[in-house]
Design a protein around this ligand. Structure first.
Ligand SMILES: NC(=O)c1ccc[n+]([C@@H]2O[C@H](COP(=O)([O-])OP(=O)(O)OC[C@H]3O[C@@H](n4cnc5c(N)ncnc54)[C@H](OP(=O)(O)O)[C@@H]3O)[C@@H](O)[C@H]2O)c1
Length: 337
């Protein structure tokens, strides 16, 4: 495939976990993948994987919380490849502990990377996509942006803001008939290095709330969204969490707090060693998998059935309600005994 006909995809947070797996998936389709994150050794290791998988890689070291660097990421991609087809806002950091124990500087940093980073990404790429008259922006948010949990409140605030960003933007782009399509991805817990890199103020290392899925469950959804934009795509149990939250936030409070589980499940039986990727990248070549759980589900059936085919799911729901209604009507009113 020539450089001009290649799909051009920019991924932030491409050096680890979901972003890195997504880069490999796009590469397998022969895409040109622009890899953005802070840690250069891990970015170059990812670039080698992209090339091996059949794609073309361009490494652009970027801190998404710094506007001139994000602007440079968009401009240099366009200079190099002539256009941008897909922009994936994926980079994030986190910190674990009660809000009371978190330093204000750490809270600022989480909000800067996880929320401001998405806004900067959109601001940098949107003029280019509008000028082209086409393009996809895919925002990797989280189920925790729909329903917050304790011990990672700043992260949840950022993800909730990210959801608002894409909700508003989707309507602006529709009204402008810009040809720019927006999809929000809302994963449940994923087994990535996230839980080893995050800062902890709990005295122990953080753990993902089960069930936990493999990074490819999210990567598949991002690649799907590049061709089939959807309003949002939930990955795994995040969908059920959002549904219960919509029905009754108070019931969700109770379910999460049952036996203190939402606290204990987020704590690993392993002392904290003080690691943190808040202001510096994790050293080394990085990885896709975290290895923090013994078994991670390879994919989410919910995502494949409902996330990828929302209209089908809606029709199925309407048909089931209709069938139940018809059956009840046929039975007629209950007779007094
Ligand atoms: N893992 C989960 O359970 C889970 C669940 C729901 C949603 N998500 C979301 O999925 C996305 C990917 O997370 P992940 O699990 O793959 O985490 P990860 O393995 O820790 O990867 C995070 C990536 O973001 C990059 N990054 C961090 N700070 C950055 C900054 N300031 N500027 C640029 N890049 C930065 C990291 O590279 P450097 O450190 O080298 O910069 C790394 O490439 C995030 O948006 C996360 O919120 C994850």
């Amino acid at each position: 495939m020539s450089a001009t006909s290649q799909r051009v995809v920019v991924i932030t947070g491409a050096s680890s976990g979901i972003g890195r797996e997504t880069a490999r998936h796009f590469a397998a389709q022969g895409a040109a993948v622009v890899l953005a994150a802070r840690g250069e050794p891990a970015l170059h290791a990812t670039a080698e994987e992209v090339t091996r998988a059949g794609g073309t890689a361009l490494v652009v070291p970027t801190d998404v919380a710094v506007w001139p660097q994000v602007e440079h990421l968009a401009k240099s991609t366009r200079e190099h490849f002539g256009r941008i087809d897909v922009w994936v806002n994926n980079a994030a950091v986190s910190g674990y502990g009660e809000l009371n124990t978190m330093p204000v500087e750490a809270i600022h940093r989480i909000l800067d990377v996880d929320l401001r980073g998405h806004v900067y990404g959109v601001k940098a790429v949107l003029p280019i996509l509008r000028e082209q008259g086409h393009g996809a922006i895919i925002g990797v948010s989280s189920g925790l942006g729909v329903r917050a949990v304790p011990l990672m409140i700043p992260y949840c605030i950022a993800k909730s803001g990210v959801n608002a960003l894409y909700e508003g933007l989707r309507l602006e782009e529709r009204r402008a008939r810009s040809g720019v399509r927006i999809t929000t991805i809302l994963p449940a817990s994923i087994d990535t290095p996230f839980y080893d890199s995050a800062r902890s103020w709990m005295g122990v290392r953080p753990a993902p709330i089960p069930p936990v899925y493999q990074p490819k469950a999210v990567a598949e959804a991002v690649v799907f969204a590049a061709d089939h934009p959807r309003r949002d795509i939930y990955i795994g149990a995040a969908a059920q969490l959002a549904m219960v939250q919509r029905i009754s936030p108070a019931l969700t409070d109770r379910l999460l707090a049952l036996g203190g589980q939402v606290f204990t499940r987020q704590q690993r039986d392993e002392p904290d060693r003080g690691q943190s990727n808040l202001t510096e990248p994790t050293p080394g070549d990085g990885a896709v998998d975290g290895g923090v759980v013994r078994f991670a589900l390879p994919r989410s059936r919910w995502t494949r059935l409902v996330g990828f085919h929302p209209a089908l799911a809606r029709s199925a729901a309407i048909a089931s309600v209709g069938t139940i209604g018809w059956r009840l009507a046929r039975r007629g009113p209950a007779r007094p005994r």
